[in-house]
Ligand binder design. Structure first.
Ligand SMILES: Cc1cc2nc3c(=O)[nH]c(=O)nc-3n(C[C@H](O)[C@H](O)[C@H](O)COP(=O)(O)OP(=O)(O)OC[C@H]3O[C@@H](n4cnc5c(N)ncnc54)[C@H](O)[C@@H]3O)c2cc1C
Ligand code: FES
Length: 322
């Protein structure tokens, strides 16, 4: 069995245990969410040599400073681990608006106390006072001072139910550094955009859409927003108004169950995208939301001839551990 040191105290790990799991098993509070290397909420610091995988996705200055993802680092003999100073990694924010737009989706606005640089399409971790932490995509346009989030309440979900049910205006929360690759860059200028959001997967795409409209640098933009029923779709009127205003943008709300409704497409989003005609060589495809649907659409878009570098996705994976 391997031992390691956390803040100078020796811990003994089970076979193949990660640093995070060992610390949680021993009752040490370490913020975490996805346990799969995506959210970066479990960051710790070390002076020892680390597995490459535990620093994957960190920028070079963080790597050099010894930061690592504790959910990815297997315990190794005599590893020295420390809790980093959270003030260098987290930003303070205050909830300024909380609008319940459907029976299960709340649109939150959060004002950060200091400047919070991010790119439209990225996500951050919202951390509650008691340390419960989950990733949420930013629905704001690059440069906005107020951050918008679209949060779906999942059955028995700890944080999403709190964010939906409680009256939270004025409540302080913490946010981690923004992350994620579902963003536009200069090399994409002039290409068409196919945006596909499942449920609150609309959030990052909404930010990307607003960025594209104000930069005027993209070609034709199509947005497909899928939900189980018509009532589960939100921001419909807002997106229809944008569709009417700009010739280069078209909005397609899609639902699976219920009676036909004018202005909405009824059907399976995966099949709909499979049969969609678009310029495969000149389109950036972004797919966000439910992990299984994102995976299926990504696969069918790739098989239809879109190069993998032109397909960006953010599956909203979850790991219930808090
Ligand atoms: C990069 C990234 C971006 C994300 N962006 C968003 C976003 O913009 N909006 C948003 O609403 N969510 C988003 N998520 C999902 C979010 O992080 C949480 O997983 C979700 O809110 C559930 O957290 P919870 O604390 O309420 O549920 P938990 O307490 O973690 O889970 C409770 C139960 O619900 C199940 N569960 C968790 N998530 C789901 C789900 N999506 N569908 C069905 N069952 C579920 C769990 O397996 C568990 O059984 C994102 C996830 C990632 C990784
Ligand atoms: S990256 Fe470790 S918990 Fe998400």
């Amino acid at each position: 069995m391997d031992t390691f040191y956390f803040e100078g105290t020796q811990f003994t790990a089970l076979k193949d245990e990660t640093v995070l799991d060992c610390l949680l098993r021993k009752g040490v509070k370490v913020t975490n969410s996805c346990k799969s290397g995506i959210c970066h909420s479990c960051i710790l610091k070390s002076t020892s040599s680390l597995d490459d995988i535990s620093q994957k996705g960190l920028n070079s200055s963080k790597k050099e400073a010894g930061f690592f993802l504790s959910c990815q680092q297997k315990v190794a003999p005599d590893l020295e681990v420390f809790m980093p100073d959270s003030s260098t990694l987290l930003a303070e924010g205050e909830i300024t608006s909380q609008e319940r737009v459907t029976e299960s989706v709340v649109v939150l606005k959060i004002q950060t106390l200091k400047k919070f640089p991010f790119k439209a399409g990225q996500f951050t971790n919202i951390i509650r006072e008691d340390g419960v932490c989950r990733s949420y995509s930013i629905a704001s346009q690059t440069g906005d001072q107020e951050l918008e989030f679209h949060i779906r309440k999942v059955p028995n979900g700890v944080l999403s139910n709190w964010l939906y049910d409680e009256e939270l205006i004025g409540k302080k929360i913490q946010l981690s550094e923004p992350l994620g690759e579902c963003c536009l860059n200069d090399e994409m200028d002039g290409q068409d955009l196919l945006l596909i959001g499942v449920g609150t997967g609309l959030a990052p795409l909404y930010g990307v859409l607003k960025d594209s409209i104000s930069s005027g640098k993209m070609g034709a933009i199509k947005l497909f927003h899928g939900g189980l029923t018509v009532d589960s779709l939100y921001m419909v009127e807002n997106l229809k108004a944008i569709d009417h205003k700009f010739d280069f943008f078209s909005y397609h709300p899609v639902f699976l169950k219920g009676e036909d409704k004018e202005g909405f497409l009824k059907g399976n989003l995966v099949d709909l995208i499979k049969n969609l005609n678009f310029d495969k060589k000149n389109t950036i495809v972004m797919i966000c939301g439910d992990p299984l649907i994102v995976k299926n659409i990504k696969q069918s878009v790739f098989l239809s001839g879109v190069p993998s570098k032109s397909i960006l996705s953010d599956p909203f994976v979850s790991h219930s551990s808090n």
